[in-house]
Design a protein around this ligand. Structure first.
Ligand code: XMP
Length: 304
């Protein structure tokens, strides 16, 4: 693929489609939306209004990373954590949780988008997204892919014919930071699908910290396709000589080509022990750490 030619063509297309109007987009910090933002910023400058919704379900440091990477754009950061936690209270069904998050996301995004007075919407839809939604294989996936109630004059999708690896090439061509180019997939509903059952602030805090430790130990050294922590529930542990309840955290690290199938990483036992000891000592409410050895299928990559 000729990356420079693609960039020139995409910039021209966005300029033409925008036609002097403001354009909004949901910026998640993932590679697709980041590439879209960079292309549109070249094309229409500050007439692009990227909206980043902090759902409270993001990875550790994510909001700051976004601010640093996109601070020069006309970035709107919306702190909507309270809204998401309230909406998720007492929801235990995985599909309901996804739906609640998707709907809340749309509501917050539309509210902010309306304030900007933008006429058009920019979306980071890539080729496999279109195939998946046309085939109806997945009911979940990108919250950005849910139907909006708001009417935009145009929906601009500059990445619609690209595969993921081509998007990464474009990211490199645009000079985006390496952590964006190589970013692991992160689910739209965020850490909520890495907490089994009801989501609470406390559980999200635990899984966020555990996830950061897993990423710190594994990303650079093993470059897995995806690695993360999930919170399975409460189990027993022992502190001093007293039996206590503590969280059970699972570590998942997989290699995959496209997320449709996946294999667990054969990590050295010493690395697993280190993860167990770091997670239980740095997060005292965790009593037990397990390593997930299941391929997909039969397991999915995420826990819900
Ligand atoms: P599963 O768990 O279905 O995951 O084996 C396959 C890939 O999809 C990601 N995933 C999601 N991405 N919204 C997303 O945007 C979701 O609801 C969602 N669920 C799973 C998962 O992280 C993996 O890369």
């Amino acid at each position: 693929m000729d990356v420079d030619a693609f960039i020139r063509k995409a910039v021209e297309e966005i300029k033409k489609e925008a036609g002097g109007e403001k354009v909004v987009m949901a910026l998640s910090g993932g590679v697709d939306s980041s590439v879209c933002a960079a292309l549109a910023s070249k094309a229409i400058g500050t007439r692009l209004v990227p909206i980043y919704v902090d759902t409270g379900l993001m990875r550790k440091g994510e909001t700051d990373r976004i601010r640093t990477a996109f601070g020069s754009l006309n970035l709107h950061v919306v702190d909507a954590a309270d809204e998401f936690f309230n909406a998720l209270a007492r929801e235990t069904d995985p599909e309901r949780k996804r739906k609640v998050i998707g709907e809340r996301f749309i509501r917050v995004f539309e509210r902010e988008a309306e304030r900007t007075g933008a006429r058009h919407l920019l979306q980071g839809t890539i080729y496999p997204d279109r195939i998946e939604s046309e085939g109806g294989i997945k009911s979940h996936h990108n919250v950005g892919g849910m139907p909006l109630h708001m009417k935009f004059e145009r929906v601009i999708e500059p990445l619609r014919d690209l595969y993921k690896d081509e998007v990464r090439e474009v990211a490199r061509g645009l000079g985006l930071p390496p952590e964006i180019q190589h970013r692991m997939p992160f689910p739209g509903p965020g850490l909520a699908v890495r907490v089994l059952g009801e989501v609470t602030r406390e559980k999200i805090e635990v899984v966020r910290e555990a996830n950061a430790i897993v990423e710190e130990e594994l990303v650079e050294r093993y470059r897995p396709w995806q690695c993360f922590a999930a919170l399975l529930g409460l189990g027993t542990g022992v502190k001093g000589d007293v039996r206590v309840h503590g969280w059970v955290v699972a570590v998942r690290a997989v290699n995959s080509r496209d997320g449709m199938t996946a294999d667990p990483l054969e990590l050295p036992f010493g690395v697993l022990l280190l993860l167990g000891s770091r997670i239980t000592s740095e997060i005292p409410s965790v009593a037990r750490v397990v390593y997930d050895i299941t391929p997909k299928p039969p397991a999915t990559i995420e826990y819900e």
